[in-house]
Write a protein that binds this ligand. Sequence first.
Ligand SMILES: Cc1cc2nc3c(=O)[nH]c(=O)nc-3n(C[C@H](O)[C@H](O)[C@H](O)COP(=O)(O)OP(=O)(O)OC[C@H]3O[C@@H](n4cnc5c(N)ncnc54)[C@H](O)[C@@H]3O)c2cc1C
Length: 512
Amino acid sequence: MTQDKQVIIIGAGIAGLKAASQLYANGIKNCLVVEARDRLGGRLQTVSGYNCSKYDLGAAWHHDILMNGLFTEELELNKKCKDSESKRFVFDDNQPIFVDEERGRLDHDPEMILEFIDKEIDKYTELEFYQSLDVKDCSFHDIILKYLFERRDTLTDDQIRYSAQICRYLELWHGIGWKDMSAKGTYFDHQGRNALVTNFDSIIERISSSFPKEWIVLNTEVKTIERKGKIVVVKLNNGEEYTCEYTVVTVPQSVLELSTKDPNDITNTKGRIEFIPPLNARIQEAFRKMHFGGLGKVIFEFDACCWTKKGSRIFTLAHSKETFVNNVREAGSWDELIKKSESVNSTDKPKDLTCWDYPLLFVDLAKSTDVPTLVMLMQRPLSNYIESIGDDKQRIFEFFQPVLDKIMSTLDTESVINEMFGATTASNKIGPKLKNIMTTNWSIDPYSRGSYSTCFPEDDALEMIIAMSSGQDSRIRFAGEHTIMDGAGAVHGSWESGKREAAYISKNLYNK
Ligand SMILES: Cc1cc2nc3c(=O)[nH]c(=O)nc-3n(C[C@H](O)[C@H](O)[C@H](O)COP(=O)(O)OP(=O)(O)OC[C@H]3O[C@@H](n4cnc5c(N)ncnc54)[C@H](O)[C@@H]3O)c2cc1C
């Protein structure tokens, strides 16, 4: 039997929940929110560790706090927190610490002044692409080589060797390696500071309790969306069928992309929605010019903090070779330098892959929230490999042990002692005692298929945003991080896009 709804929202991430909340506030009383997973939040997921500390496996920060509407709401709530209650966020921005395996700390080095070179590369990239709009995009890797080739006479050997590696911290913003990253899209302005959320579960709870619980149906996939005259027919995988006046599709860009493909050509069709008629030409075209990143996390929980809290952001650099400097010095052209540059194997598990093959970001929670834990951020393809190891904590520890030990020596303590699986250590041993490891699985999870939208060379994010915000048609609408310009890729962007679609639908429902 077909049931009628005013609006059906597909996906209960922050975009879908915000849309539902706003529709209810606008007086719309007959909605359904269909969610494929057994939980709310989508790419916001708070979990508990061995000592009951909470961690966010997906988003963890409010970004761009000068223009982040969600943060503004949270700021008001934070003001009302009693002193005894924990705050809803903490400001944890710090000067990053850069650690190289051989050379140790490289930040604030008075000879190399790598922070200045990093800023110069940022400016160089801006001048390269924005003085003339015709300049062809290339990878972030290649633009760095171009800078080094053209400016080598102004740089010392150490600056050439290490600035190339320092810049790669941006891989941990985009969730992909420098060879996949669009040079044009790599650098972007931050609209204010970042605030570490403690934790996102409270935000999900707050928004989802602002509309009727009966609206939400979990563990259910939307399979088909069909436009029939003035109505939209939505079919679920449990056989139920609904008609509605409007639908808001908030599934991630990576899942929506499956709708542009023949189901016979896809190994796992979970999450795929069949659109009848198919997604419009503009949307199909936009998928050719936009990609999806693969940020992942590994959480290392210790029994206590025995290291010096020097900073909340520790970047470990990928290996660099002295031969790299010679290549830069001797290259006859930029092209020649690109060809000569050592190629990092881009397969998921090169035979001899090590933790020093990629730059990594370690967030020291001991510094910001007093929790003795390091949260490590990693990019694709490394995240694909580590997430595929899944729950084999011992293997994950062995893989990252060298980099963890290096960090600990930088923070004035001894090597990590593995006390996972209930093992104990002689009481005279010093060094941080590792109790537990947790790993994300965003790349494997069929309802995320990675982390968030990002640009490969020659992509154009604007085409996707325009196509998505215009909708499939006047009644089949889209929301989510990939559908909006301000806050693209981020939680506040998703949240705003949910608000945007709720406003559009409310206006049209009341004006009919
Ligand atoms: C590791 C990681 C770190 C991040 N860090 C930050 C950060 O610090 N700050 C920040 O601002 N952003 C961060 N982000 C990005 C942020 O998490 C996302 O932009 C945001 O949560 C996306 O929300 P959304 O509602 O658009 O999509 P989602 O949260 O993905 O919601 C979409 C929902 O649709 C559901 N769904 C999929 N297919 C179907 C179907 N067929 N039927 C029904 N339901 C379906 C999914 O299960 C999901 O719940 C991070 C993301 C990741 C993965």
